[in-house]
Write a protein that binds this ligand. Structure first.
Ligand SMILES: [Zn+2]
Length: 131
């Protein structure tokens, strides 16, 4: 490990460092084996499928399981398309998965409203005829 003197402040700087730790002087064209910053990979890893959400499938399974199963099937389809590099396929399958999950939420809301209506109708009738 060699060292050199900084032209700015005269301080001793290790050859592996491009910036003087004493004054901040930048060594131009310095011998440096740390070139990874220049040769960084240009294409970032693709990572997670953005068109997919397991949360939708789980919510729809809890609310209305027939729709939840369809939603989960499309979730898996979207995931496998994504892994195969089929972005358009992953997007459309993911959208279908979310659509089925939303359908199950609507079915759950409507069935709750209907059962509440039936309950209150029955309750008011019972009150009317018993008093
Ligand atoms: Zn310096």
């Amino acid at each position: 490990m060699s060292a050199r003197n900084c032209p700015e402040c005269g301080g001793l700087v290790a050859s592996t460092i491009n910036v003087c730790p004493h004054c901040g002087y930048r060594f131009e064209g310095a011998v440096n084996d740390n070139k990874s910053s220049d040769n960084a990979p240009k294409s970032a890893p693709r990572g997670e499928n953005p068109y997919n959400s397991i949360a939708w499938g789980i919510i729809s399974l809890i609310l209305f399981w027939p729709c939840g199963i369809v939603s989960l099937i499309y979730y898996l389809k979207s995931d496998s398309s994504w892994c195969n590099g089929d972005v358009a396929g992953a997007e459309s399958a993911g959208a279908t998965s979310v659509r089925w999950a939303k359908a199950s939420i609507w079915i759950a809301v409507i069935s709750i409203v209907i059962s509440l209506l039936i309950f209150f109708l029955f309750f008011s009738f019972a009150l009317c005829y018993e008093v």
